[in-house]
Design a protein around this ligand. Sequence first.
Ligand code: NAD
Length: 384
Amino acid sequence: MKIYRVAILGCRGRGTAAARAYHAHPRTEIVALCDLVEERRNTLGDEVGVSSRYADLDEMIKDTSPDIVAIPTGTEFHYDLCMQVLEHGVNIEVEKPMCIDLIQADDVIRKSEEKGVQVAVHHQGRVGSSMQAISKAYNEGKIGNLRYMYGSGKGYYGGYGLMNIGTHMLNNMLHFGKKCTSIAAHLTTGGKPISPEDVNPSPSGMGTIAGENITATLQYEGNVTGTLLQHRFKTMDTNAYTMELFGSEGRLFWKSAGAWFLPTPHYLPDGNNDKWESLDLLFPDHYDPNSSASQDDYWFVEEYVNALDEGREHTCSGKEGRHIIEMMMGIFESAAYGENVNLPQENRTHPLLRWRKENGLQPPNEMPRGYGEWLNLETKRITN
Ligand SMILES: NC(=O)c1ccc[n+]([C@@H]2O[C@H](COP(=O)([O-])OP(=O)(O)OC[C@H]3O[C@@H](n4cnc5c(N)ncnc54)[C@H](O)[C@@H]3O)[C@@H](O)[C@H]2O)c1
């Protein structure tokens, strides 16, 4: 059985999580690490026992010929780094969100096709233990025909929540919805529909955003609809980060590290006898819960190994990642222009920047990158 050679580009929080999963998996070997900061590559190198450490990614790839390069860096660097790594003809995985607009995402897909390699986007929730449990129940027909889906964020400022957390939830919902064909969205800031002045640069380098509260209706193929909420809460609430599937015979409930089934269709209230049943979470046989690898990152690696073995794309492929960006841009566009947006959209430019330009405004001024500082400034602007 082939052992896949992996290089990690970026050795901080998410690079460490990725390295732990690739290190723990029996079919992958980390052959090199790269970071601009020596201390970070040394800390991670010592933890996972990798002595090939680089500051220059081209040098790393030339010297060590990896099969996969993981790109867990700040979102504003995803596009340039994906393009630079793909030039070497190597498979990649990039952290979510894949890129900050559709022009970038199209370029990345084009380059990967030109080089004959694959792109995976690190939406690990879609392949993690809860999703495996939900998918199994769904495929066994436990809820009959899917009719409706609901997904929520954790309470970040909506536009930022969409790019940061909504990307995961849209991907989870896409697992069942398969293809989103149109979007209608309502975005408010300070309790009013957004205006071009409400367009901001995102915290954490996630492009251009708008909307304190986002409510989006998604139409999928096959007469299934979904609602995505990304509402700003007074305090963050990770318990709200959930997805529910409503079918003709029952319901399924997803949460990070939790999965439930209710044998009552969505149009009936829960009777006294209707109890949510906890579903067994599923793990690969070789996953060691005592290892430092998180189960969903481990599943993500397992899926990459299987995809490469079978000559197919990762479930969280670049094309799925691009479709998520189509949905996120569609949500912004629908609210800005007050109309339904059909996907895939022909105009690939960022809809919020286009909207500002058409209203005689320049791109928005810079704002702090850190979320706390950003939110303080934006709260002042809204409440003034
Ligand atoms: N999937 C998830 O659950 C999840 C959770 C949190 C964050 N994220 C995503 O992860 C990304 C951020 O990851 P992070 O928090 O570890 O980022 P970070 O900025 O803390 O670390 C990135 C590291 O990459 C290095 N780096 C950047 N450019 C480089 C280059 N050209 N060459 C070599 N090294 C380079 C930096 O020096 C830094 O050490 C974001 O895209 C975010 O959305 C995903």
